[in-house]
Design a protein around this ligand. Structure first.
Ligand SMILES: CC(C)(COP(=O)(O)OP(=O)(O)OC[C@H]1O[C@@H](n2cnc3c(N)ncnc32)[C@H](O)[C@@H]1OP(=O)(O)O)[C@@H](O)C(=O)NCCC(=O)NCCS
Length: 283
């Protein structure tokens, strides 16, 4: 197969404006808590107002209260402030408010930015903003974190991420029980990683358990990894697979439920470089 590294692109014409915009957000986030400039709900609201309702950005409070404006406009304006919206995890009794409320404005900014013309598929700016936010949202976030558009989390605060991880578009990272990614983990488009599960008898009976993806793991397109699964180093979960059990290092698992079909040729033990015979993929 051809080796196709990413291309370097020329600098965008608006790179200076983009850098200044990101720097302003970074500065606000760097203020010590308690300082009004550090108020994350206000940061979220002001940033979104600039992007979506610039005509009301300077007088947001007056506009929200203005009965002359259509109710939909007032609601849309109010929703720029995360205190006026509820996110799904807030209904979960295992959601720790002391941890979630400080990250909620940043999650709301992340999700809402992705739905603006500026956000979404605008790769360089989007990746830079999300990298900035991830460092504040996750329990830990390594170097060069890269997330494309429409990634969603459960809590956000239960994410531990190593260096050089890439999360592609439309990925669901359910970190209710915690998700731990090693270094150089890649999660492809539309994949789902879960860390909570429900009793088959009573849906309210929830088990939270950490899901771990070790260094070099690749979870490919539309695959799902269930709660508590450990995908070991360099393991690969093939397209549309459902990983219900642990994935062995350097093994490639496919199908539902996912089974090993081969060991990657770069596996360290020469004796392992054989296609595994224990699993045949159902036709
Ligand atoms: C995991 C993957 C690479 C497997 O490819 P592979 O090792 O070359 O496997 P093969 O094509 O030799 O297929 C081996 C067997 O598994 C089957 N198979 C391959 N991928 C499968 C899948 N995702 N689901 C079910 N069966 C699959 C093949 O039909 C074949 O079955 P057979 O032996 O009965 O004929 C591939 O399924 C996949 O997911 N590709 C995604 C591409 C990718 O890299 N995405 C990440 C981008 S960031």
């Amino acid at each position: 197969m051809p080796f196709l590294p990413l291309r370097a692109l020329p600098e965008r014409g608006n790179a200076t404006v983009a850098d200044a915009w990101l720097e302003r957000i970074a500065d606000r986030l760097a203020h010590p808590s308690g300082d009004p400039a550090a108020d994350r709900a206000v940061l979220c609201r002001e940033t979104l107002a600039d992007l979506t309702f610039p005509q009301y950005a300077a007088n947001w409070e007056t506009a929200v209260a203005d009965e002359a404006l259509p109710p939909g406009t007032r609601l849309a304006l109010a929703a720029l402030d995360p205190r006026n919206v509820t996110l799904e995890p807030e209904y979960y009794s295992d959601c720790d408010d002391a941890l979630f409320q400080p990250v909620k404005p940043l999650l709301w900014l992340w999700y809402s930015f992705d739905r603006t013309p500026l956000g979404g598929q605008n790769v360089e700016l989007g990746v830079s903003l999300r990298r900035l936010l991830a460092r504040q949202i996750f329990r830990s976030c390594g170097e060069n974190f890269k997330a494309f558009q429409h990634v969603e989390f459960s809590f956000g605060y239960n994410m531990e991420v190593g260096d050089n991880c890439v999360i592609h578009r439309h990925v669901l990272l359910d970190d209710r029980g915690g998700i731990k990614l090693g270094n150089s983990v890649s999660i492809s488009d539309y994949a789902n990683i879960y860390s909570h599960t429900h009793s088959i008898v009573d849906q309210r009976d929830v088990t939270n358990v950490q899901t771990v993806l070790d260094d070099g793991v690749r979870v490919t397109y539309h695959a799902t990894v269930l709660a508590g699964v450990h995908v070991a180093e360099q393991g690969m979960v093939g397209a549309s697979a459902l990983a219900t059990k642990d994935v062995r290092p350097y093994h490639v698992y496919v199908g539902i439920p996912a089974k090993s079909v081969r060991v990657k040729p770069n596996a360290p033990q020469p004796g392992m470089i054989l296609r595994t015979s224990e699993h045949r993929i159902p036709k």
